[in-house]
Design a protein around this ligand. Sequence first.
Ligand code: FCB
Length: 469
Amino acid sequence: MTQHHFPESFVWGSATAAYQIEGAATEDGRGPSIWDTYSHTAGRTLNGDTGDVAADHYHRWADDLGHIADLGLDAYRFSISWPRVQPGGSGRFNQAGIDFYSRLVDGLLERGVRPVATMYHWDLPQELEDAGGWAVRETALRFQEYAAGIVGALGDRVHTWTTLNEPWCSAYLGYASGVHAPGRTEPAAALAAVHHLNLAHGLAGRVVRELAPSAELSVTLNLHVIRGASDSAADQDAVRRIDALANRAFLGPMLDGAYPADLLADTASVTDWSFVREGDEKLIAVPLDVLGVNYYSSTLVRAWDGVSARSDADGHGASTSTPWVAADDVDFLPQPGPYTAMGWNIDPPALTELLLRLRREYPNQPMMITENGAAFADVVSADGRIHDDRRIDYLRRHIGAMADARAQGADLRGYFVWSLLDNFEWGYGYDRRFGIIRVDYDTQVRTWKDSAHWYQRLAATGELDQAAE
Ligand code: FCB
C-alpha cells in the first residue's frame, strides 16, 4: 500500500442515524415509526431488540458532540427522525422535536463541525405506512411537506441536506424481502416504492433549492459492485440485471432523468410501471452538489441453471422472499473471506472500481463516501481498552482504496466512517457493533476504541499511515 496524503480541504466525518442512536422513542411528542412497530413485533429482530433506548443520544447529545469535537471531525452526518418532528407524517409539526435538532445543529456549528442532515434514514411515520407506505404516491407528497418543515426550521444552518439514505434498502428490504420495516413481501409494491422514494427525493431536493439556496444538496445510495462468476453471456446478463435493480433504478432517474429501459423490460412480469407519471423523471433529476456513496462489500452473481443448489448469498439477511424482484434466475455466490461480523466480504479494490465507474459515467459529479465501516466482535481488554485492529485495518484499506480512486481523477470531497457510536443495527439489534466509540448498553458509558484514536490522527494530519508489516 502506498502512503496517501489528503488535502486540508478534504472532509473527515462520522455518521449515525436517528432510530439507531436516539432512544426516547415516546418522549416529547414523538410518534411511532415503522421501525418501532417492526422491532416490537415478535421474531423480527435478533433477541427482540428495539430502538426504545438505543444509545440514549436524545439525552446525551451534548456529550456526544464533545466526542465529535475531540475526534477533530470536520463534519457529522446524522438523520432527522420524521415522527419526532411530524408525529403523524402530515399536518402538525412537533416543536419539541424541531428544537432537539436545532440545538444539535447549533452545537455542531459552535464546535466548528459541519452539519450533514439526512431527512430520511428509514423511520417512516407509522400512520403513513397504514395509508400504504412507500407503495403509494401520497407518501412522496407527504415527504415534500415534511422537508419544507425541517428545511424551513433549520435552513442553511445545515451545510448539506441529504434527502434519502439508501432507498435501495427502504424499497427492496422493506417491501420485497421484508427483513426491514415495514416487513412486507410484495414485489410489485417494492418497485412502486422505488419510484415513490425517487420522487420524494426530487420533490424534497427542490424544497432545499428553494428554501436553503446556499446549502448543499445530496442523496446517499448504497451502490453495489457486481461481478459475474464468469465471462459467459449468461453470467454477464445476470450482472446487468442486478445492476439495473440495485444501481441504475436510482442513478437513472436521479442523474440521467430517466429509468433505464432494460429495468422496465426485466420487471415487466411484475409491474407495468404505470405509477411513473409524465414529468416525474425530470422532477427527480434535481442537480446534486454531491452524491453520497455508501460502501461495505461486493457482490458476485451467476446465471442460475434452474437445477443446481442455490446459494442466495447476497448478504442482505435471511428471508424466504428475495429482495431481487423478477431476478429468480440470478444466484448470488459466496465470496472469499475475510469477512466482518456481518458476514460481509472485505473487498477494498471494489470501492476503487465503483468510484471510477461513477467518475466515468458522471464525470462532473462530486462525491463523498457517506458510510463505510465494519462490525467486529469487540473485546474490552484487561487494560480497559478496545484493541480493534481489524476495524482499523478495514478502514485503512478502504480509505486507501478511495485515495486510489482520487489519484485516478474521481472527485471525492469527504469520508464519513460508519459509525460514531455502537448502535441498533436494524434486524441485528445490538449484537453487531460498528462504532469507533464503544457503548456499554447497561451504563451508556462511551469508550473510545483504538480505531477512534487512529481516526482522530488521520483527521488531524490527512496522512493515511501504512499497516505495520
Ligand atoms: C447501512 C445503513 C446504516 C447501517 C450500516 C451498517 O446500510 O445505512 O444505517 O446500518 O448499513
